[in-house]
Structures are given as structure tokens and as C-alpha cells.
Design a protein around this ligand. Structure first.
Ligand code: NAD
Length: 481
């Protein structure tokens, strides 16, 4: 069985205490590798390496930094099959999804930021004949990057790539639930010749490794993606230390469907926005609001299509819904289905664990679930479930749809289906969310600002916003005479 290693100062090394955690394959429920159970001493070792590497890396030309990132992107592309297989086994997601979405996007992240940095410029402000101001954008220092398990390499690279391109060195922690592709990325960085200490990856638990990064007194900025409760805890430690903070947190996204929509496109996309990656994408639309004249037709067709989704071995090409990432997460999702029933909801399909045969009988599977008959403000409709569970609710007016959509503490993403142009603009204007998709879902241009409002986060990733985060602006004012 494989022992994953930390990547510190350009080397793959054991945790200092030589302690390891079990790493489970969610499709089989079996331990298949071991993860370093690192602690604050490993984090400090990684910090020292990143600190030593910072002066040379931050003063390297943008072109040279760009070359390294593009080389890493190329190596990810060359290792697509191997990385996709590792991601699927580690996370439980269908191999097809890892091959077409997760790994290509990880390569794209390195490519996008590797080239983006060449176009990043800062403004000047002229005071006519008196003076000229120019802004220097300087890398902040050693960046702490912490990511979740749902899109492991995709989100890990979404932080690391802009940090490195901007000239920061990095101490990063992937989720302990899905460490494998971050480990494979360490090997790729070594092959790419990335200078020692520029990127350091420390594996282990959130409460130990994550907390040590967040509370390290010399790490001045934290980029975090994960749950809202964890984000709150991180903010409580980092804010009094005046660290720069980017928090990408949970969501409970509305999918609002008007009767005039392009029905077939809407139905096909709503299946994806509900159940892709077993519903474990922070952008999935878990509350579906349907204009009343369309409600019964939508309900019938949506149930029929959902029942056709094959739940099974993630490595099988026919599988549409793979395994839930862990046993505790499977139990959490099923507890929300029980809660929905107590709150008066009717389970229209799914609602239970799926038992597979043979090697997969201990795996963590849940049938895609649709629930109706719930009040918009009950707990099931307000709290993030993060699984293959959606609720459907009819509405009569735009105002009512908006009121229900905006009723949660979250505000990450939203979807609106309508062919009515001005209504689409009106809705986009009034929805409380960082992203509004009109007649589509998960269509991503990496230049656009990405992030949420309210309890879904603070700050934005994507495009030059990420470079703004990983650099500090300094105004230089020159008197002309
Ligand atoms: P999580 O908050 O449990 O863990 C995220 C990461 O933080 C992991 O690496 C974990 O080890 C670490 N961590 C845990 N406790 C910590 C602590 N006290 N200090 C520092 N680090 C700590 O989240 P998760 O269960 O891995 O991921 C699911 C959540 O992530 C969902 O809420 C989902 O909506 C959210 N998410 C948000 C986005 C977004 O872009 N907004 C994207 C993906 C996932």
C-alpha cells in the first residue's frame, strides 16, 4: 500500500513524527493508502523552505515564472489518464468526469495563470505637472493555501497557480479526504524542475496542519476553500493577526425555472446542476423553484430522467453517479433526508443508500433524491447538504421566486431559466449571489470574478482578482519639480 509523502523544500519526505492516517477508497469502503498525519512542526519546516525560496522566486522575471507554470500544465496534460484515475479512486467521482472536467481544468488553471501574469499591469495616476503616482504590485510573501475534497486537484491548483505566478511561495494543504492528486502534483513539480521551496505541500488533518498554517505568525495571507463553519473559525484566528484572507465557502444555490424557458435544454442541464459529482459541487443548484404552470410536467420528467442515472462503480463508463466521498458524509446526507421527512417533505425518488455487489458492497452510495412539499424556510431548504439531494418548489410570481431564492444565509451561485430577456436581467440584478447563470450552468470563463456573498465567502478568485489578492499594492508618488 502506498505511503503518501509531504513535499517540502523540493523533496518528498515523511512527516517528522512518522505518523500516518488511513486513506479510503469510497467506492469500496477500503483503506488503500496512507496519508502523513503531519503537525505544526512539518508546517514550520515547510514555511522555512518557502521563506528561503521567496526572495529568488519573487524577483524572477514573470516570463521565467510563467515558463515553470506552463511546464507544469503540460505535464498535467501528459499525465491526464493517471491523474484522472487517481482522482476517481480517491474521491469516488466517475472517472469520466475526472477525465473531462477535473484534470483538464487543473492543467487549464496553471496555463491560465502562467500566461495571465504576463498581462497583469498596475495603474499610474498623473497629477498633471505636479507629480506622478505609480502602483507597484509586489508578491505578499509565503501564501497559505487550503482546499477541500470535492474537486481536489481542480481547486488546489486554482489557488496555487495564481499564488506562484504572482511571485508568492506557498505552503499548501489539500483535504485529508482526497490527498492523492496533490501528492502526484508534487512529483510533477519535481519533474518540471520547480526550484526547491517554491511550493510545499503538507498533508494531514484540518485541525492540525490547516490550523498550524492559519495561525503561523509569519504566513501573511490565507486562501481557503471549504465549509462555512471552518471559514468562520479561520477568520476568527486570522483576522486579529491582520492576515489577508480569501474565503470561498458553502452554498445553497437556487435554480429558478420560468415556464417560458427552453424546456429540453433546461431539463438536461438541471440534471447536471443537481447531481454532477454526486451533488458535491459548491455550485450545484439544490433548491429548484418552478413556475406553477410548468410544475407538474417538470416534476414528472425530472423524476423519470433522475431514475435513469446509473449509480455505480466510478470506473465504469456507464456510471453517472459515483460514490459519496466518505462514510461520515454519506451519513450526514442521509440524515438530511430523514430531516426532510420530519419537516413534511415527500421523497419522490431516491432517498436511500444504494447497496452494490462484490468489491463495492461496502462503498458509500446514495440514489439521486428529489423531495417536494417543503416550506422554503425549513432547515432542509436552508442548510447546505452537499449531496445528490434536491428539493422542488412551485412559485407564482417573480417576487416570490426572488424572496425564496434570497432567503438563505448563503449567496454563492444561482441559475435562471427564461427566454424573457428583460426578466433575466431583472432577476440577475436582484439575486443575492456572486454568480448568476442565465440559461446555463457551470459555464466558466477563468477571467471572471469567482466567489460568494453573505455566508458563502469573502473576496473573489479568478482572473486578475487573484493576482490582486496575492500581491500588495504600493503607491509611489514622484514630485515632478
Ligand atoms: P472543510 O471546511 O471541512 O475542509 C476544507 C479544508 O479545510 C480541508 O483541507 C480541511 O482539512 C481544512 N480544515 C478543516 N478544519 C480546519 C481548521 N480548523 N483550520 C484550517 N483548515 C481546516 O470542507 P470540506 O468538507 O472539505 O468541503 C466541503 C465544503 O467546501 C462545502 O461547504 C462546500 O460548499 C465548500 N466548497 C466551497 C467552494 C467555493 O468555491 N465556494 C468550492 C468547493 C467547496
Amino acid at each position: 500500500m502506498e505511503y503518501i509523502k509531504n513535499y517540502i523544500n523540493g523533496q518528498l519526505i515523511e512527516p517528522l513524527d512518522k505518523k500516518y492516517l488511513d486513506n479510503f477508497n469510497p467506492a469500496t469502503g477500503k483503506v488503500y493508502s496512507y496519508i502523513p498525519d503531519s503537525d505544526e512542526n512539518d508546517v514550520d519546516k515547510a514555511y522555512q523552505a518557502a521563506k528561503a525560496a521567496f526572495p529568488a522566486w519573487s524577483s524572477l522575471s514573470k516570463n521565467k515564472r510563467s515558463d515553470y507554470l506552463i511546464r507544469i500544465a503540460q505535464l498535467i496534460e501528459q499525465n491526464l489518464d493517471r491523474l484522472a484515475l487517481a482522482e476517481s479512486i480517491d474521491n469516488g467521482k466517475p472517472l469520466k468526469l475526472a477525465k473531462t472536467v477535473d484534470i483538464p481544468r487543473a492543467a487549464a488553471n496553471f496555463h491560465f495563470y502562467g500566461t495571465g501574469i504576463l498581462h497583469y499591469a498596475a495603474p499610474t495616476h498623473s497629477m498633471e505637472d505636479t507629480a506622478i503616482n505609480y502602483t507597484l504590485r509586489q508578491a505578499v510573501g509565503v501564501a497559505g493555501c487550503i482546499s477541500p475534497w470535492n474537486l481536489p486537484l481542480y481547486l488546489f491548483s486554482w489557488k496555487i497557480a495564481p499564488a506562484l505566478a504572482a511571485g508568492c511561495t506557498v505552503v499548501a494543504k489539500p483535504s485529508e479526504v482526497t490527498p492523492m492528486t496533490a501528492f502526484l502534483l508534487s512529483e510533477i513539480c519535481i519533474e518540471a524542475g520547480l526550484p526547491a521551496g517554491v511550493l510545499n505541500i503538507v498533508h494531514g488533518l484540518g485541525g492540525k496542519v490547516g490550523n498550524a498554517i492559519v495561525s503561523h505568525r509569519d504566513i501573511p495571507l490565507i486562501s481557503f476553500t471549504g465549509g462555512t463553519v471552518t471559514g468562520k473559525q479561520i477568520a476568527s484566528i486570522a483576522a486579529p493577526m491582520f492576515k489577508k484572507l480569501s474565503l470561498e465557502l458553502g452554498g445553497k444555490n437556487p435554480n429558478i425555472i420560468f415556464a417560458d424557458c427552453d424546456y429540453d435544454k433546461m431539463l438536461a442541464t438541471t440534471i447536471h446542476s443537481s447531481f454532477s459529482n454526486q451533488g458535491q459541487i459548491c455550485l450545484c443548484g439544490s433548491r429548484i423553484f418552478i413556475e406553477r404552470p410548468l410544475y407538474e410536467k417538470f416534476k414528472k420528467d425530472f423524476i423519470e430522467k433522475t431514475k435513469q442515472l446509473k449509480v455505480g462503480n466510478p470506473l465504469d463508463d456507464a456510471t453517472k453517479v459515483g460514490a459519496i466521498v466518505s462514510k461520515p458524509h454519506q451519513e450526514k446526507i442521509l440524515s438530511y433526508v430523514e430531516l426532510a421527512k420530519q419537516e413534511g417533505g415527500k421523497v419522490l425518488c431516491g432517498g436511500e443508500a444504494v447497496k452494490l455487489d462484490g468489491d463495492f458492497k461496502e462503498g458509500y452510495y446514495i440514489a439521486p433524491t428529489i423531495i417536494e412539499g417543503l416550506a422554503y424556510n425549513c432547515r432542509t431548504n436552508q442548510e447546505e447538504i452537499f449531496g445528490p439531494v434536491v428539493t422542488i418548489t412551485p412559485f407564482d410570481t417573480e417576487e416570490e421566486a426572488l424572496m425564496m431564492a434570497n432567503s438563505t444565509m448563503y449567496g454563492l451561485a444561482s441559475v435562471v431559466w427564461t427566454e424573457h430577456l428583460t426578466r433575466a436581467h431583472r432577476m440577475a440584478n436582484q439575486i443575492h449571489a456572486g454568480i448568476v447563470w442565465i440559461n446555463c450552468w457551470l459555464l466558466r470563463d477563468l477571467r471572471t470574478p469567482f466567489g460568494g456573498v453573505k455566508a458563502s465567502g469573502v473576496g473573489r478568485e479568478g482572473g486578475f482578482e487573484a493576482f490582486d489578492f496575492f500581491t500588495e499594492p504600493k503607491n509611489v508618488c514622484i514630485k515632478l519639480s
